[in-house]
Design a protein around this ligand. Structure first.
Ligand code: SF4
Length: 422
């Protein structure tokens, strides 16, 4: 039976457990409430310690707003999906996951100060070092994307960003809280490339903290940890629970267009290797997490069939993530015709996955994504932005990429004329 604090948290529309137990640091050192709220900043690791930032006046004010019955405006990526298309928000997911710490919320002073500082969930993006420049990414999250933008003269900021000016500041925080961590999320840049990631895993192993749940969002282009020759698979095998979310959006040529710099054959080999590990080591699981956007919406079914056909999926789940930003990549910009074709393909996918372990989950994700897609009609200015971006960033150019994606895009005569070069 759930206690009162957990009940209150789970039924609340304005409480989120994360500002009480989460430490989230972006690649530029911003300490933020969570990875989907980068607008509100608690502090900055280049200006203060991480502990200090998590209890800064800004962090306290954020908690106070929730305690007063309002979800902060910067949490729109949770409030919007909850209100507009009834899907499970990140807030609701996190509240469910960490409900056993709901007591922390009651142990808060009226000015938002935490009486108990418990760092349970860590998400530190040590750097934006990445070997890919995905077409929908940005300079903050990928060093290669930043390099390409600099070379094209569209960006003049730093290419490599580091969350901590002095790495020892992070390791002090880590050592102080090592007994509290329950879950650590590794995301990009590309986490497996990072020396800090390898170091962190080795520290957990040395401290006997192998029960910490490791969760990854990885492009799975490499399995060698950091700069060493140690395979990340060897390290993962020492942990009780490792959840690998592989960001794979399509296969073959479309995959390499979306995830610029990737080699599809290598990814397929790595997928098989992780899949094999998940068969041999009970706590390791693999989930394919396609980022669903305008270029791959029509290809999810093909991707699913292909992964099954090359034995790269096994019992793994497929759990699509919906891309909302940048907005010109949104599936809302599909033409009415294309939306109908997507609905047909996704219904087929739901039927195919019916017997698979992920059936129920995948069906509900597809239903939510369809609702989101239908919420807004295609906007011509967004399509023009997409075309312009594809012309600037892909060797094939917009027409060829859109053809590969199988899209018609806009019903409007103006955009159709543009598409056809008239
Ligand atoms: S409500 Fe959503 S956006 Fe706000 S901190 Fe929680 S998970 Fe993040």
């Amino acid at each position: 039976m759930k206690d009162d604090a957990a009940q209150e948290l789970l039924s609340s529309k304005h409480l989120c457990i994360l500002p009480w137990l989460h430490a989230a640091v972006w690649t530029d050192g911003r300490v933020i409430p969570c990875c989907i709220n980068q607008d509100y900043v608690f502090g900055h690791t280049h200006q203060s310690g991480l502990d200090e930032a998590l209890d800064s006046p800004a962090a306290n004010a954020f908690r106070v707003e929730m305690l007063r019955g309002r979800l902060p405006a910067s949490c729109y990526r949770c409030s919007q999906p909850e209100a507009e298309f009834g899907s499970l928000s990140y807030r609701q997911d996190m509240n469910r996951r960490f409900q056993h710490h709901a007591d922390l919320i009651r142990k808060t002073d009226s000015d938002g100060r935490r009486q108990v500082r418990r760092s349970v969930y860590l998400d530190v993006r040590f750097s934006n070092l990445c070997n890919l420049a995905c077409i929908m990414c940005d300079e903050v999250n990928s060093s290669l994307f930043a390099q390409k933008e600099r070379a094209a003269g569209r960006y003049d900021g730093p290419t490599l960003r580091r969350a901590f000016g002095k790495p020892e500041d992070f390791w002090k925080f880590f050592d102080d809280h090592i007994g509290e961590f329950e879950e650590i999320y590794f995301c990009g840049g590309e986490p497996i490339l990072l020396a800090e990631h390898e170091d962190l895993l080795k520290r957990l192993i040395r401290a006997g903290r192998t029960q910490v749940h490791l969760r990854y969002n990885t492009n799975l282009t490499r399995l060698a940890a950091g700069s060493s020759s140690t395979s990340v698979l060897e390290l993962w095998a020492k942990f009780e629970r490792v959840s690998v979310q592989a960001s794979i959006d399509a296969y073959g040529e479309l995959a390499t267009i979306i995830r610029r710099g990737s080699d599809w054959r290598q990814i397929e080999d790595n997928l098989r290797a992780v899949h094999q590990l998940s068969r041999n080591v009970a706590g390791v699981s693999l989930v394919i997490t396609p980022t669903v956007q305008i270029l791959n919406a029509l290809h999810l079914l093909d991707l699913y069939r292909h992964l099954r056909s090359v034995d790269a999926l096994g019992d793994s789940m497929v759990s699509p993530n919906l891309l909302m930003f940048p907005s010109h990549f949104s599936i809302q910009n599909l033409s009415d015709d294309d939306k109908q074709r997507v609905v047909t393909a996704w219904d087929q996918l739901a039927g195919l996955a019916n017997q698979a372990p992920e059936g129920a989950h995948l069906r509900s994700r597809l239903t939510e994504m369809k609702a989101y897609m239908m919420l807004q009609a295609s906007r011509e200015e967004e399509i023009l932005r997409l075309r312009s971006w594809l012309d600037q960033t892909s060797a094939q150019g917009a027409n060829e990429v859109l053809k590969l994606a199988g899209l018609r895009l806009s019903n409007s005569p103006h955009a159709n004329a543009q598409r056809d070069g008239r």
